[in-house]
Ligand binder design. Structure first.
Ligand code: PLP
Length: 421
């Protein structure tokens, strides 16, 4: 794609974009006078699809009309409600439907997965995460180490960018495994780093970990609905994600969990169990011993919140209509346009720390602004741009292909120039 630095070009791209009508399926936040804001923060909280309200209303109505019978009688009965999400969710993360379940929230799922896939021994107990991992992930890893009686400083190995660099190099992970592989039990890596926007080579990481007899898990908080992680093909043992960022399912909505097919029927894996993970035939026969369902479903604990799942179903139906591959294609072009316009600014105080190669990133670009502080973010907000600030000096801009336009991207860069003056 040959880009041009003009509003006309951006408008032309929007006119030619056969996904542009999806924007109308979302509520776009507005200022006090009703003007649409430039919302580039879908990496933090995705926008509300207009159909969400209807899907939630439907379940409220069924509850009102049917009471407890809604578990079996509604149009989408509540007992198997999570099953209605599996096909669409599986496509988005590149898994088989039986490998995927929506339940709990991300950090909870991470702990549940570690109960099964972090089985430390005194010789092999260390965990590798990427430096600048999201704080919650780091807290989860540290608390698991402590829970098993290990020192969290010694037990946690950080895969770091080299001195003076911003991105992690795969060969440095290889070195860590070569030197300490015998002591490492688990690699737990974010698929796409929330700070730098770097997407890691998931298959290579999995192969490397497995070669050294480690379990491998991914956090797709910034990957799900953004990049195609091809989870099944990577062979990763497990993955977790949330649904309120790129998956547009509402604040605090349920998270997702992937367990690779090869673990589907392994009832010997330690796990924390609850009745929703139990054999559906005998779930209500409360005197039976726990009999895990095959596949990811077997890790469910509780009767899940239907209203949250209704929001997820509404959102997944929008993804289904657009087609994830089409979205990803648009995303590469849209983010490329953002990168082009930032380069055109030719301003020495800004640099993009996200990889240049589209294969190594999703839609987000992390822009480092020399000597900036949070007032830059405040000024951007004042001129109608919703973005995200990360200390000490990074603005994260994430054009989401479902509802962001080329005109949004152009408008953002124009405003950035204005506030940097
Ligand atoms: C957003 C995010 C979380 C949030 O976890 P919750 O349990 O959903 O609050 C965790 N990890 C990463 C990498 C994230 O980006």
């Amino acid at each position: 794609m040959k880009y041009q630095n003009s509003l006309e070009f951006a408008q032309q791209q929007d006119a030619e974009d056969n996904l542009s009508h999806f924007r109308k399926k979302f509520h776009i936040p507005t200022d006090d006078s009703g003007n649409e804001l430039i919302y580039l923060c879908g990496n933090s909280l995705g926008l509300q699809p207009k159909n969400t309200s209807e899907y939630i209303q439907k379940e409220l109505q069924d509850w009102a009309k049917l009471g407890v019978e809604g578990h079996t009688e509604g149009e989408h009965p509540w007992l198997p409600y999570h099953e209605f999400l599996a096909n669409s969710m599986a496509k988005i993360v590149g898994a088989k439907p039986s490998e995927v379940v929506m339940m709990n929230t991300l950090t909870t799922n991470l702990h549940l997965m570690m109960v099964s896939f972090y089985q430390p021994t005194d010789k092999k107990y260390k965990i590798v995460i990427e430096a600048d991992a999201f704080p919650s992930d780091k807290y989860a890893m540290e608390s698991q180490l402590k829970f098993h009686g290990y020192d969290e400083k010694e037990g946690l190995i950080l895969w770091k960018p080299r001195e003076g660099e911003e991105l992690c190099r795969f060969e440095d992970l290889e070195t860590i495994l070569k030197e300490q592989g015998d002591e490492i039990a688990l690699l737990m890596i974010g698929s796409t780093n929330y700070y730098s926007g770097q997407s890691y080579p998931l298959k290579k990481i999995t192969d490397l970990g497995h070669k050294h007899n480690c379990k491998v898990g991914f956090d797709l908080a910034h990957g799900a609905g953004n990049i195609q992680p091809n989870l099944h093909e990577t062979g990763a043992d497990f993955a977790v994600w949330c649904s309120y960022k790129y998956l547009n399912s509402g604040p605090g909505s349920l998270g997702g969990c992937f367990v690779h097919e090869r673990h589907a029927n392994n009832k010997n894996l330690t796990r924390f169990a609850g009745w929703w993970g139990h054999n559906k035939e005998t779930r209500f026969n409360m005197r039976k011993e726990f009999d895990a369902l095959p596949g990811a479903e077997g890790w469910q604990l509780s009767n899940p919140p239907i209203l949250s799942m209704a929001a997820i179903r509404a959102s997944l139906d929008v993804f289904e209509a657009a087609g994830f591959e089409n979205l990803r294609k648009k995303s590469v072009t849209l983010t490329g346009f953002l990168e082009f316009l930032l380069d055109e600014m030719n301003n020495e105080s800004i640099s993009v720390i996200t990889p240049r190669n589209p294969e190594e990133r999703g839609c987000q670009l992390s822009i480092q602004v020399k000597d900036a502080d949070k007032s830059l973010h405040t000024k951007l907000t004042e001129v109608g741009v919703i973005s995200d600030w990360r200390e000490p000096d990074v603005i994260r801009i994430a054009p989401a292909p479902l509802y962001n336009s080329f005109t949004d991207v152009y408008g953002f860069v124009e405003r950035l120039k204005e506030v940097l003056k």
